[in-house]
Write a protein that binds this ligand. Structure first.
Ligand SMILES: C[S@@+](CC[C@H](N)C(=O)[O-])C[C@H]1O[C@@H](n2cnc3c(N)ncnc32)[C@H](O)[C@@H]1O
Length: 275
């Protein structure tokens, strides 16, 4: 048997063990990407093989958390894909304004960049105090960073450019305070966001949302898991609600597609039809 075939078996066993012991289910993540992430982690871990690592990962919670950090891709930016946020402002916000109170779920929120971008946009559109954002992720470490709302100052230039491209109405500097090498986001942005741990592979949905954002996460899932998670979002969305995916993700060909209409062309913003 080739070395790669043995490794594939070891990875399968490791993921099964992680599910059984820690309750995190990575068994239906896209193979190439999870293999790449695990291999990178193994190289830094000091273990000679996945089999050797397995016994320790299953017994040592801290080591498992390190592995979890290695598996999840937590890259994000404020106003990532600025044209998406521009379309949200122009095409979706007018509908959101018709509700007395808006509930939004940001699934896979990483360190909070997307949730805070949304909070800025909603405040600028006069919706301050009329919304709550539930921002969830499986990675506790990034959730803590998200709740702190503190980013390296060197990221601010890019955040500012994206904010402007997304149709920002003010000076981005109004939203943070610079301190040494950090930018601390304004407290008022944090007031209406709840950051919480939630695992899309095993947990139930969150009910009666007006909008669900899950961008740049489904690409890491195999087809069957994508279907299950999309069905979870469908069950969480009120009729007339909005489902937003990443630019490389689509509803086309998925089971729930028939109940949704694409809003802004190519922006992956879908509206659930009234039945
Ligand atoms: C690439 S980031 C995307 C962040 C943000 N949505 C964006 O588009 O910039 C993917 C996030 O999904 C989270 N994630 C991965 N698997 C998950 C799962 N099963 N349930 C919830 N979050 C998950 C990761 O921890 C990571 O923070």
């Amino acid at each position: 048997m080739k070395r790669q075939d043995v490794e594939d078996i070891e990875i399968k066993l490791l993921l099964e063990g992680i599910f059984q012991v820690h309750g995190y289910d990575f068994r239906e993540y896209a193979e190439a990407s999870i293999r790449r992430r695990l291999t990178q982690w193994l190289q830094c871990s000091g273990f000679g093989s996945f089999s050797e690592a397995q016994a320790h990962v299953l017994r040592d919670h801290e080591l498992f958390n390190c592995l979890l950090d290695g598996i999840t891709v937590n890259v994000s930016e404020m106003f990532r894909d600025p044209l998406f946020f521009k379309a949200m402002r122009e095409d979706v916000v007018p509908h959101l304004k018709t509700y007395p109170f808006i509930k939004i779920w940001v699934a896979g929120c990483a360190a909070g960049e997307e949730a805070y971008s949304l909070a800025i946009l909603l405040c600028e559109e006069g919706l301050e105090g009329h919304y709550r954002i539930y921002a969830t992720d499986i990675n506790e470490k990034t959730l803590k960073q998200a709740a702190d709302g503190i980013y390296p100052i060197e990221k601010i230039q890019q955040f500012t450019q994206s904010y402007q491209k997304a149709g920002g109405k003010r000076d981005f500097a109004d939203y943070y305070t610079a301190r040494y090498d950090s930018a601390i986001l304004a407290q008022k942005l944090k007031n209406n966001i709840v950051f919480a741990s939630h695992n899309l592979t095993v947990d139930a949905g969150i009910g009666e949302m007006h909008m669900v954002l899950c961008r740049n996460l489904l690409i890491y899932f195999k087809a069957a898991l994508k279907e299950r998670v999309l069905a979870l979002f469908d069950g969480s969305l009120a009729n007339g609600g909005f489902l937003c995916l990443g630019v490389k993700e689509t509803l086309s060909g998925r089971g729930i597609a028939g109940r949704y209409m694409e809003m802004a062309q190519g922006m992956r913003i879908y509206r659930k039809q009234y039945v």
